[in-house]
Structure formats: structure tokens, C-alpha cells
Design a protein around this ligand. Structure first.
Ligand SMILES: C[S@@+](CC[C@H](N)C(=O)[O-])C[C@H]1O[C@@H](n2cnc3c(N)ncnc32)[C@H](O)[C@@H]1O
Length: 240
């Protein structure tokens, strides 16, 4: 109810998506793409347009979002190259070595980074890549208020150095890592703030509780924007 009308489910914009895609070695040879936790499909369609020879499978657990992606694929004349699979990214069956590129913008946290890096590696062909974004600690020490917020909301939040080490230990080389710019954060948080304002005064106590949490997140992200934010990583199977 709160999130349905929003254009996307996490920070990100097509400029950042395409910047990460450009870092994928030999990107024009990519043929099989999995977009995991695809939401409303912003990344699915950005990837399908940028990779005209690729098959893109969006995996999304929320049936209305998966349905929206399938409908948009038909409307855009992309139904032969874009599939929408309504399912759990942790439970889908994927043939070993069959995937060139796994995309997980704002969604790797769903299964946990360490677990995801181990689970997804055998799906990739040697030299295949994973691109993901996640909220990351950008400074050595967070301010007290930011630290308390993120400890409660995302206790697994790591530093960029820790994520690089984790990726290398899991059998990947890090081919790119960049902090998403303000515009990419605004693409999510500005419509989210507008939605929270629109629903202010809603009598439903569950909705009111969700809104209070969102307002707090928007406030902390804005005031401590130099301490934590979304970083994009592109990893390549290190045996490729
Ligand atoms: C934070 S949103 C990011 C959505 C999208 N990647 C974007 O950037 O807008 C996470 C998405 O993952 C979906 N999701 C959550 N758990 C999932 C699972 N186990 N398998 C597949 N999708 C899942 C949610 O429904 C949601 O659409």
C-alpha cells in the first residue's frame, strides 16, 4: 500500500546502472542475464535496451511487480527477450555455468551478501559477473545518531573494504566499485518522501508505523549523506 505507486524500490538511476554495465568485461558478449529482486523492472529494461542481444530474466517475489514487468515487456515489443519470473531468488533453479551476468540492484541484502556470493557463483560461467548495490559505511566511524539508526535497521552494513575482502574470499575479483551520486539516491528518496507526505494522517496504525520508520530513514540518509550510502560493485568470477 505504501510502496506500490513508487517508481523504484531502492536508490539508483539508469546513469549508475549503465556505468556499472560498462565496467563488465566484454559486456557486448553478454547473452544471459538474471535481474534478481527486479522490483518494477527499471533495471530489467535498462539492461535489455543496452544489451540488444541478451535474454534478460527478471526474478521478483511480489506477483504484481512481476506481472507489471511482463506487461511492460509485451507493450515494448521485448517479450521475446525479457521474461518475468515470479519467485524467490534463493530457490530458483539455475543451470550451472549458464549465466553471463547477475544483476542485483538494492536487493542483495534480501538473502545476505555472503550467502548470495556463494549461491550465485556456480550459476555464472567462468568470467561471468555479478553487479550489485548495497548501503555501505563510507567513513571509518559513523556519528552516534547514524550508528544507532543503521545498527537497528541494517546490522550487516559493511565498509567498502570489508565487501571487497568478502568478494575476494568468495572467489571473485572486484572489477569496479563506485559510490552512487546524489541524483541516484534522490531518484528513490524524493518520491518516497512525497509518498510519506501524501499518506500523513492515515488512521491505519500499521501504515503510520511504516511511515514513521521511513521518515526517520529519509532524515538520517539526508543529514549523514557523507557517512553512508549506496555503493555499486561489479565482481567477476576470478577463474574467468
Ligand atoms: C529494495 S527492492 C529493489 C528493487 C529493484 N531492484 C530496484 O532497484 O528498484 C527489493 C526487491 O526484491 C524483492 N524481493 C524480496 N525478497 C525477494 C526474494 N526472496 N526473491 C525475489 N525477489 C525478492 C522485493 O519484492 C523488492 O521488489
Amino acid at each position: 500500500m505504501v510502496f506500490g505507486p513508487l517508481p523504484q524500490g531502492a536508490p539508483g538511476n539508469d546513469a549508475s546502472t549503465l556505468r556499472a554495465l560498462d565496467a563488465v568485461p566484454d559486456r557486448d558478449a553478454v547473452r544471459q542475464v538474471l535481474d534478481l529482486g527486479a522490483g518494477r523492472g527499471r533495471t530489467t529494461f535498462a539492461l535489455a535496451q543496452a544489451l540488444p542481444h541478451a535474454q534478460v530474466t527478471a526474478v521478483e517475489i511480489h506477483a504484481p511487480f512481476a506481472g507489471r514487468i511482463a506487461e511492460r515487456a509485451r507493450e515494448a515489443g521485448l517479450a521475446d527477450r525479457v521474461d518475468a519470473l515470479c519467485g524467490d531468488m534463493a530457490k530458483i533453479e539455475v543451470a550451472a555455468g549458464s549465466i553471463d551476468l547477475i544483476w542485483a540492484e538494492g536487493s542483495i541484502y534480501v538473502v545476505g551478501m555472503e550467502w548470495a556470493l556463494a549461491l550465485w557463483r556456480p550459476w555464472l560461467r567462468p568470467g561471468g559477473c555479478i553487479a550489485f548495490s548495497d548501503v555501505v559505511r563510507w567513513t571509518g566511524d559513523l556519528s552516534k545518531e547514524a550508528r544507532a539508526f543503521w545498527a537497528a535497521e541494517y546490522p550487516d552494513m559493511a565498509s567498502e573494504a570489508a565487501i571487497r575482502s568478502r568478494a575476494e574470499a568468495a572467489g571473485y575479483r572486484v572489477v569496479a566499485g563506485f559510490r552512487m551520486p546524489k541524483a541516484a539516491h534522490d531518484a528513490y528518496y524524493v518520491p518516497l518522501a512525497a509518498r510519506a507526505a501524501e499518506l500523513a494522517g492515515c488512521a491505519d496504525t500499521d501504515v503510520a508505523q511504516v511511515l514513521a520508520g521511513l521518515r526517520r530513514e529519509i532524515d538520517v540518509v539526508r543529514r549523514f549523506s557523507d557517512e553512508a550510502g549506496y555503493t555499486f560493485f561489479v565482481l567477476q568470477r576470478s577463474d574467468g
